[in-house]
Design a protein around this ligand. Structure first.
Ligand code: CUA
Length: 323
């Protein structure tokens, strides 16, 4: 009943792709269970304290009640909170005791770096070459995945509420998080620590896939970009290279090999652009290239609004074709 009424107050917080209560992974289940027990216990404490306050207002003093008052203070002020909070603490510690344990050896490792304001994502499979991607995370279902979290400059916080707890990304350190998804689906992760102007524009889609599908996806992402064959796309690739985009972005298989910004080798296959900022289609690429700073204030990438519209259109079409 409590759960239902709490959800009734804020329906959007209890379900959806970014809900910590509609869970899809082992640790997230436990965190959600702990949340409900804490909520129930807090509600009980609140009701008890309010009850006492009302009693104190209406109670009629009856002579010398020092013994009774002392009992009330010791019982309600010391014993009740100690037992209840001690019990909750013990429950929480046992329940989450292995949350920080590393994944079993041979697990897939994913190194994520919080940049301003996007995510550098590197897949480090137990066998095979590392694959550097950006702004989207895909995971195999039913398997523990070890996340290695870092940041080159400011503190971010990596959080996929439906899959697990929130872990800070701290410059100069590598923090860890293990996620064990138990069902497939699309979820949303976000930066949960204020990290600068566009902190709120730093999200990422998360897709949990069947294992075979995931392996095929990663295999595809590890490949170089396909050579464009249509004239428009060839013009787009040429404009991309001629305008120096490759100094910051990599498109594997072309001379573009920059590492400052997100890897764009398969950018057209992602579910969003600009780290969860816009949908991924040709018009969105076009506005992103021309009005970068309006779409993501403070972003390091300069806006290229001065380019001729034909170049902008061709570059947008080329990038969207990089599946
Ligand atoms: Cu990154 Cu907030």
């Amino acid at each position: 009943m409590l759960a239902a009424s709490a959800c009734g107050l804020g329906a959007s917080t209890c379900s959806g792709p970014q809900s910590a209560l509609e869970t899809a992974a082992r640790d997230a289940d436990r965190i959600a269970t702990l949340f409900w027990w804490m909520t129930i216990a807090s509600a009980l404490i609140w009701a008890f304290v309010i009850g006492l306050a009302i009693y104190a207002v209406y109670a009629t003093p009856r002579g010398d009640e020092r013994r009774r008052n002392r009992l009330l203070i010791v019982g309600g002020g010391v014993v009740f909170p100690t037992v209840l909070l001690g019990g909750l603490l013990a429950y929480g510690l046992t329940m989450l005791s292995d949350v920080l344990e590393p994944s079993p050896p041979g697990s897939l490792r994913v190194r994520v770096s919080g940049e301003q304001w996007w995510w550098r994502v590197q897949y480090l499979p137990a066998s095979g070459k590392p694959v550097t991607l950006a702004n989207e995370i895909r995971l195999p279902v039913g398997e523990a995945v070890e996340f290695e979290l870092e940041s080159p400059d400011v503190i971010h916080s990596f959080w996929i509420p439906a899959l697990g707890g929130k872990v800070d990304m701290i410059p100069g350190r590598m923090t860890r998080l293990r996620l064990h998804a138990r069902r497939t689906g699309e979820f949303r992760g976000a930066c949960a620590e204020y990290c600068g102007t566009s902190h709120a524009l730093m999200a990422f889609p998360v897709v949990v896939m069947p294992k075979a599908e995931f392996a095929a996806w990663l295999d595809g992402q590890a490949r170089d970009a396909t050579e464009p064959s249509e004239p428009l796309l060839i013009a787009g690739r040429d404009a991309f290279l001629a305008n120096g985009c490759g100094a910051c972005h990599a498109v594997r298989g072309t001379p573009a090999d920059g590492a400052v910004g997100p890897d764009l080798t398969h950018v057209g296959s992602r579910l969003s652009l600009g780290a969860g900022t816009t949908p991924n289609d040709v018009p969105a690429f076009r506005s992103w290239i021309a009005r970068t700073n309006e779409l993501k204030p403070g972003v390091h990438m300069p806006a290229f609004g001065m380019l001729p519209p034909t170049d902008l259109g061709a570059m947008a079409a080329y990038l969207e074709s990089l599946k």
